[in-house]
Design a binder for this molecule. Sequence first.
Ligand code: ES4
Ligand code: ZN
Length: 338
Amino acid sequence: SPLHQCLHDLPKCEHHLHIEGSLSPSLLFRLAALNSVPLPDASIDPSFTSPQTLEDRYTRFTSLNDFLHYYFIGMSVLITSADFESLAYEYFTRAHADGALHAEIFFDPQAHTHRGVSYTTVVQGLSAAQKRAEKDFGLTSELILCFLRHMSETDADVHYQDAVSLGHFSDGTVAGIGLDSSEVGFPPEIFREVYASAKAAGIRRTAHAGEEGDSSYISRALDICQVERIDHGIRLVDNEVLLKRVAREKTLVTMCPLSNVRLRCVSKVEELPVRKFLDEGVRFSINSDDPAYFGGYILDNYCAVQEAFGLSLKEWRYIAEGAIEGSWCEEGRKKELL
Ligand code: ES4
Ligand code: ZN
């Protein structure tokens, strides 16, 4: 349709994409066989009978934790640098086909080091894919190192220090830090020290907040961890004062519509605060989160928002410009994207 073409042609940036969440069931089964990684026995969890039964299971997540169970099993098939490179290159290929020009992607080093895959193996593969995507499609990208909030602050710091010693924050290999995994019960202030170190070192900071957790997770991420972005942030609607502050401070909120529906944070896209954010001047971007698990890549998420809210082209330009402005690429690249 003409509208679909308009959304395709908008200069899009993706800011909320877990690279491990772009692993499709078919690639998951292929890599499990190739790398001899055992999957759960189908007699215990019939979802693991075939790629199709797994895909079907992904339509029935009941919560963030229910999804995370499958997410961590899925990524266990990723072993070599080549696995990470092909995963990321396939994601960039799809993002480019969707009309994305720039992508800032999360990765979860702890989920790999704790099963014997080194930090360097992961980053080498991802970096190689980034370089190929820029050369082949002109797609620019950044890496954001995420800490798993269900693990200790000490463990987060070990991984942070690893990246620091390798010079990854100063040589541009990694642009910033993030915080993901189970939200409720794992508030942002647990990680206050590693966030303080990052701020002192001039490293960019974001955190998942207000996805399943209430709006206090958002204010604590801002006040205690001093994050520059909020990932998800849909619970902002429950705190008018906080919402107005986020608008005033131009904090980017990275929304993931299809994710929020699949994880039952809302029952339909229409319930998301898109209209509210536009009216109140909250800067936000629209993203795919874990596209292989949630039923759509970035353009699918743009289209879902359009179907739910029927925005004008002017409003879409405003969203796209806010997303470019909130990106962590260099200023010169932002000018090219506009
Ligand atoms: C995630 Cl949707 C979501 N929320 C929190 N942590 C995550 N890790 C991967 N996807
Ligand atoms: Zn996420």
